[in-house]
Design a protein around this ligand. Sequence first.
Ligand code: BGC
Length: 260
Amino acid sequence: MVYMAEINEIIVLGVDVGGTGIKSALVNLENGELVSERIAIETPKPASPNGIFDVMSTVCEQLNWKGPIGCGFPAVVKNGVTLTAANVSPEWIGFDALQVLRKMTPGKVGIVNDADAAGLAEMRFGAGKPYYREGGGTVLMITLGTGIGSGLFVEGHLHPNTELGHIEIDGYDAEDRAATVVREKERLSWPEWGARVNRYFQTLEFLLNPDVFIVGGGVSAASEKFFPYIHVKTRLLAAQLHNDAGIIGAALAVGWCDRQ
Ligand code: BGC
């Protein structure tokens, strides 16, 4: 439990909106640590703006929070407007999410794509730390979850809103073959799913030639189960913050949006 008196500028509520769940916690931006309980609530169906903002209000009430809120959202997000909706309700297309967030709190707010958020967190506090600088090369963060998300960093700078989970491979949208939910739905063995993930990473390598891949999403905690099936020349790293990367990165979105 965090008391209002202890809260200052560096504590931000990070909300990681996913197609399956909404995960939130208060985050210390200085060290990336969670400083409250972690609240996980199922994504409402339909995953409409009303439903999702209701969940956020519940989280704020539960934490008695009136400070800054950063949000990672599973869509292209430009200037606070969500522009796509692969795994959420189509009502989000062209929706000014930043305006609604502003009404929720007197504090600062920010909203970015969820994989960009996870990438920001890994670059700042996790596996990407050595590369988060001028001369750090090209790092491609890929999150495997309900969908596949991507966060591309070039010389320590984020190129936002890449949608590399939707590249077409063998006639399929890549995330329809290789996302984590597909492994669960189709009950694929690790080698079966690993082969699909391998095809995906080999295609990314062929097209983009990054220096480093960081693989995120909850499944990154079990990287030893599928990394042996991924055969790429590019350095392949498991995310270090696993599922928390989304929450920590969402909190970082507040500062990142400010700089835009
Ligand atoms: C969405 C991306 C998102 C990814 C991971 C994809 O379906 O198009 O914007 O980053 O899922 O949630």
